[in-house]
Design a protein around this ligand. Structure first.
Ligand SMILES: O=C(O)CCC(=O)C(=O)O
Ligand SMILES: [Fe+2]
Length: 292
C-alpha cells in the first residue's frame, strides 16, 4: 500500500464550502478526495411537493432517472399532470446543479459533460443483490457506460420533508482501496471490448480502465469482510444540504434516507487541475500499464 497516501486518513472526508469562498478551492478539494458540502444553498421546490413526495419509483427500480439532453423520464409511475410536474422540477434541479458546478469549478468550462439526473424517493433498504446494493462501500463504475478514464462527478441535494438526513459512509483513499482489490482483478479478454459494444451491451468501447473499475466496484461490494472492517467515517446530510463528490474515486455507501436529487457530470482527466489524482492515472501507476 502506498504509504504516502496515509495522511488523507487523518483528514475529515467532508469539506464545508460556501459560495463566497475563493474560486479554485473547490476543484482542488474534490480532486483530492473530499466530499464538498454546501449547507446553505437555496433550491426552491414550492408547488412541486405533491409531485415529488407522492412519487415512488417503479417496483425494482432504484431511482427515477431523467435525461436532460432528451427530456426523457424513466422509472416513474406517475402519469399526466403529476408526471409533467416531476419532469419540470427534476429538469430545474439539473440546470441548478450545472450552474453550481460551473460557478464553483470555472476551470472545467466546456470540458464538463452533463449526464443523467435522478430523483431518489426510496430509502436504501429494499431487496437488492449485493452488487446493486449502494449501502455497501464502493466506487462508482457503470457496466453499460464505459468512461474510458473520464471522471464521475455527482451533485446531491437532500429535500426530505420530514427532517430526515441522508446517511453516508465514506471510506479509505482510492489508492488504498485499489491496492487491496487489484491483485484479484482479471484483465479483459482480447476482443471483449469490441464484442460488448457490437452486442449493444455497452454504449461505447469498454477499455481496460473500465474493466478494472467494474471489478473494484464488484469485489468490494461482494466482500463481507471488507464491508464489516473497512476504514470509514459516517457522515450525515440534513435536509437543505447540497454535496458533491467524485464518486469514481471516493469510496462511499448510502446507508439511509429518502427524497434526494442527484445530477451526474463527466469530466475528461485532461480537464482536471491535477490529472495525477484521477483513478485512471492512479491505476496506471499501480499496474504499470496504459489503461485506455
Ligand atoms: O443515493 C445516494 O445517496 C448515493 C447512492 C450511490 O452510491 C450511487 O448512486 O452510486
Ligand atoms: Fe455509488
Amino acid at each position: 500500500m502506498p504509504a504516502q497516501t496515509a495522511p488523507a486518513k487523518t483528514q475529515p472526508p467532508v469539506a464545508v464550502l460556501s459560495r463566497q469562498d475563493p474560486k479554485g478551492q473547490a476543484a482542488r478539494l474534490l480532486e483530492h478526495g473530499s466530499v464538498l458540502l454546501l449547507p446553505d444553498l437555496d433550491f426552491d421546490i414550492a408547488g412541486f411537493e405533491d409531485a415529488l413526495y407522492a412519487q415512488v419509483s417503479n417496483e425494482g427500480v432504484k431511482n427515477i432517472s431523467y435525461n436532460p439532453a432528451t427530456g426523457e423520464l424513466k422509472g416513474a409511475a406517475a402519469e399526466g399532470f403529476a408526471r409533467e410536474q416531476l419532469v419540470e422540477i427534476v429538469a430545474r434541479y439539473s440546470r441548478w446543479a450545472e450552474d453550481l458546478v460551473r460557478e464553483l469549478m470555472p476551470a472545467y468550462g466546456a470540458k464538463l459533460q452533463v449526464g443523467r439526473t435522478s430523483w431518489r424517493p426510496r430509502s436504501a433498504d429494499h431487496n437488492l443483490s449485493k452488487r446493486k446494493d449502494d449501502r455497501r462501500l464502493h466506487v462508482d463504475a457503470f457496466p453499460s457506460t464505459p468512461l474510458q478514464g473520464r471522471r464521475i462527478l455527482r451533485v446531491f441535494r437532500n429535500v426530505n420533508p420530514a427532517g430526515e438526513s441522508r446517511y453516508w459512509r465514506v471510506g479509505e483513499p482510492f489508492a488504498d482501496y485499489a491496492g487491496r482489490f487489484l491483485r484479484n482483478a482479471r484483465p479483459m479478454a482480447p476482443g471483449a471490448g469490441a464484442l460488448l459494444q457490437a452486442l449493444g451491451v455497452t454504449k461505447g468501447r469498454r477499455t481496460a480502465y473500465d474493466q478494472l473499475m467494474l471489478q473494484l466496484h464488484d469485489q468490494a461490494k461482494d466482500d463481507d469482510g471488507y464491508q464489516a472492517a473497512a476504514p470509514h467515517w459516517d457522515v450525515s446530510f440534513p435536509p437543505g444540504a447540497t454535496w458533491m463528490v467524485f464518486t469514481d474515486a471516493v469510496v462511499h455507501a448510502a446507508l439511509g434516507g429518502r427524497y434526494a436529487f442527484e445530477q451526474t457530470f463527466y469530466l475528461p482527466v485532461a480537464a482536471m487541475e491535477d490529472e495525477a489524482a484521477s483513478p485512471l492515472r492512479t491505476l496506471e501507476r499501480l499496474t504499470g500499464k496504459a489503461l485506455v
